[in-house]
Write a protein that binds this ligand. Structure first.
Ligand code: UT7
Length: 338
């Protein structure tokens, strides 16, 4: 499949991870768990936790500044801001509007949030792709920022060991070079399975804070086993669907960047696609599951490590609450810096 020009590509990528690290050992002082259980069941060793007072918008703004710097454009060139988050402390003003204000972006551009849980960044890529192709916009700023420490129940060992905080961002731009950037995108959702992974208002009294961790008004609940099975099936299927749509074989893919939820899920997908793990980006051992932020954080890291070069085919795949999912195929392209 040949995408019509203009092409839409990631011009700059950025990430932000808060300073504080919470190790599995630290968690074993909070709930009845062990480093061994967490590592063998999930692959996670530690996660980052936002500082007191550090918000979803603060983290998103830091990642966005990094992305704008790497895109080598002035902030005034941004025409559109879209944010993916499920953990912002307020819904209005949107986190996108808060970040627009924090970065001093033009005050007349559209800015809005999207709630698609762990698939959020891939939803943003498609929104930016379509809005840039259809509209007068040239540069979209897309940001995924999550403070899951604020919506985790720190007394529930079945969920609290899995999640972390962080943000990733990208400047998505259009250009006249044919067949580069976003080649294809498959998104989906199944609301009938929504209750298997949900964020609801807390019922019952609020517990005391432990180890300086936040206690929010909302909490995550999850049927881990069901989510696991669905994640493997749907992510493998959506990878195949986007490859078919773009007429690309799995052998042609240089790097797969999956949502970082569980090492066993990632291994099962790689196995199903018959791809060696050397072609899969994995960093969940250090960050845990950061929901929408996990893919851009991993993408930024892979780019920093020099694992992505111009012309490489990169496959992004996500699955999350809703259920929601998505796969995006990118032909990496960045113009020469002048
Ligand atoms: O972002 C997308 C959404 N999230 C995911 O993709 C997560 C999907 N699910 C998972 O990653 C896995 O299901 C988990 C890591 C959450 C759990 O792994 P599991 O192999 O499915 O374990 P389990 O829930 O079946 O629990 C096994 C045992 C249970 O004890 P019993 O009933 O066998 O005696 C649990 O009570 O492990 C116990 N357990 C723990 N033990 C120590 C559960 N959590 C913990 C814990 N530490 N933190």
């Amino acid at each position: 499949m040949r995408t019509p020009t203009p092409s839409v590509f990631i011009q700059g990528i950025g990430a932000y991870k808060p300073e504080r690290r919470l190790t599995n050992e630290d968690l074993s002082c909070i709930v009845e768990t062990s480093d061994e259980w967490i590592r063998t069941r999930s692959g996670i060793s530690e996660r980052h936790i936002a500082a007191p007072g550090e918000t979803v918008a603060d983290m998103g703004a830091a990642a966005a500044r990094d992305a704008i710097r790497n895109a080598n454009i002035p902030p005034e060139a941004i025409d559109l801001v879209v944010v993916a988050t499920i953990s912002a402390p307020s819904s209005v003003p949107s986190t996108a509007c808060r970040i627009q204000q924090k970065l001093g972006l033009r005050p007349d551009i559209p800015a809005f949030d999207v709630a698609a849980a762990c698939s959020g960044f891939l939803y943003l890529l498609q929104i930016a792709n379509l809005m840039l192709r259809a509209g007068d916009y040239r540069h979209a700023l897309i940001i995924a920022s999550e403070q899951l420490s604020g919506i985790v129940d720190w007394q529930d060992r079945t969920t609290c060991v899995l999640f972390g905080d962080g943000a990733g961002a990208a400047v998505v731009s259009k250009c006249d070079v044919p067949y580069v950037g976003i080649l294809g995108n498959v998104l989906g959702a199944d609301g009938t399975k929504g209750d298997l992974l949900a964020v609801n208002l807390r019922t019952g009294p609020k517990p005391e804070s432990v180890a300086g961790l936040p206690v929010g008004n909302h909490v995550i609940s999850m049927n881990g086993k069901e989510v696991f099975k669905n994640a493997v099936r749907v992510m493998s299927h959506s990878c195949r669907a986007v490859l078919k749509k773009c007429d690309v074989s799995v052998e042609q893919i240089s790097l797969i960047i999956p949502h970082q939820a569980n090492m066993r899920i990632i291994e099962a997908i790689a196995d199903e696609l018959q791809v060696g793990l050397e072609r899969v980006k994995i960093n969940l051992d250090r960050y845990g599951n950061t929901s929408a932020a996990s893919i851009p954080i991993a993408l930024e890291e892979a780019w920093q490590e020099g694992r992505i070069k111009n012309g490489d085919l990169v496959l992004l795949v996500a699955f999350g609450g809703g259920f929601t999912w998505g796969s995006t195929l990118i032909k990496w392209y960045q113009p020469e810096k002048t």
